[in-house]
Structures are given as structure tokens and as C-alpha cells.
Design a protein around this ligand. Structure first.
Ligand SMILES: [Zn+2]
Ligand SMILES: [Zn+2]
Length: 191
């Protein structure tokens, strides 16, 4: 899939880190990402969304702890203009060694392939891929409404002009008061 975050900066080899249990390594990445329909996409290889984490090895895998901070580009759903959304997200996730036995929630110990939980991160061929982690963390932290501003006026229904940049001069059709009630109701539903 093309519209998926796939930054080389976020594919981190951890073979050496894992050789020494409880050792730590610092990782910093500067990303330039935009929010697309189904997730993040990378715009260039350097931007102002900063990932700053510690990687810490344990017998079971690698803990990733730190912060994602900065901004991502988004499009306002009302006026369609691009804007930047500021973010600050605490990160604390775990990448498990593949095929390692683990204790489940009810205390059973399970081993081998097939135990991977769907929302679990796994070390793949000595590498942790933080693309998925960054994508999940950012997408979950975004407000439900993607608006350049709470008071965004949107586009004129008639001529398409961005009304944040001023009036367009279109003659507003007079609205039947009964329809106005309906419109208010519909707008409430939208919220
Ligand atoms: Zn807007
Ligand atoms: Zn207009």
C-alpha cells in the first residue's frame, strides 16, 4: 500500500541491544508526515515531528519509551485548506521477541508461533519497525473533527470560495423558516 508510513528512520536494528539485557539506547527521528485518509504518509525525510525515545532491552524484547512531539499536516474537512496540528504524545510500548513463550492474562504460559496478539508489536528479523507505532499513536491522538479552526466558516455552497478569506458576494437564498428548523436539527446531529 502506498498510503502507509514507511520511514527508513523508523526501522531500527536491535540485535546488538538484545545481546545485552537491560541495556539502553537513545533514538531520535525527525519526520515530515501528513495525515491521509487511512493513516500517516511521509512527505519528506526530515520535518518537525520529533520522535524521541529510549530503547531498553529485556529478556522478552525491547521497551520503547519516550515522546512524539511536533506537528503533522492535515486538511480541514470544512474549508479543505491544509493546516498543521500540534501534538505531544507519551509513548510506552513493547516489542516482543518472536516465538518466545509468554504468560497470558489468566496466567497460562503459551509458546511459539500463533500467540501474537493483533495489537502487539513484534521484533522482526532483529529490527523493530516504529512506523506502525508512530502511526497508531498519532492517529489515536487526533481530534475527531479535523478543522483548521473551531470557527472555520467553510466554503460557499454556491461559488466554492473559502469564506474564511472574506465574503464572496453570493446572494444567500432566503430560507423557509420551517426548513431552517430542519437544518438546525441536522447540524446538531452532525455534532
Ligand atoms: Zn477550515
Ligand atoms: Zn459564494
Amino acid at each position: 500500500m502506498a498510503d502507509k508510513l514507511n520511514s527508513r528512520q523508523l526501522k531500527v536494528p536491535v540485535t546488538n541491544l538484545l545481546k545485552k539485557v537491560f541495556s539502553r539506547e537513545r533514538l531520535t527521528a525527525h519526520l515530515d508526515v501528513a495525515v491521509a485518509e487511512h493513516g500517516l504518509v511521509e512527505k519528506s525525510d526530515r520535518g518537525d515531528l520529533k520522535l524521541e525515545v529510549w530503547l531498553e532491552s529485556s529478556p522478552d524484547g525491547v521497551r520503547v519509551k519516550g515522546v512524539i512531539q511536533g506537528s503533522v499536516s492535515m486538511d480541514c474537512t470544512r474549508c479543505l485548506e491544509g493546516y498543521r496540528q500540534e501534538l505531544e504524545i507519551a509513548v510506552d510500548e513493547f516489542f516482543r521477541r518472536p516465538g518466545l513463550s509468554m504468560v497470558t492474562g489468566d496466567g497460562r504460559r503459551v509458546t511459539g508461533a500463533g500467540v501474537q496478539e493483533e495489537d502487539e508489536y513484534v521484533i522482526d528479523e532483529g529490527t523493530i519497525d516504529l512506523n506502525l507505532l508512530v502511526n497508531d499513536a498519532v492517529m489515536l491522538s487526533l481530534p475527531i473533527k479535523h478543522l483548521c479552526d473551531e470557527g472555520c466558516k467553510g466554503l460557499c455552497q454556491a461559488c466554492g470560495k473559502n469564506l474564511n478569506q472574506g465574503e464572496c458576494g453570493c446572494i444567500q437564498e432566503s430560507i423557509d423558516p420551517r426548513l431552517e428548523v430542519l437544518r438546525t436539527l441536522l447540524e446538531k446531529e452532525e455534532d
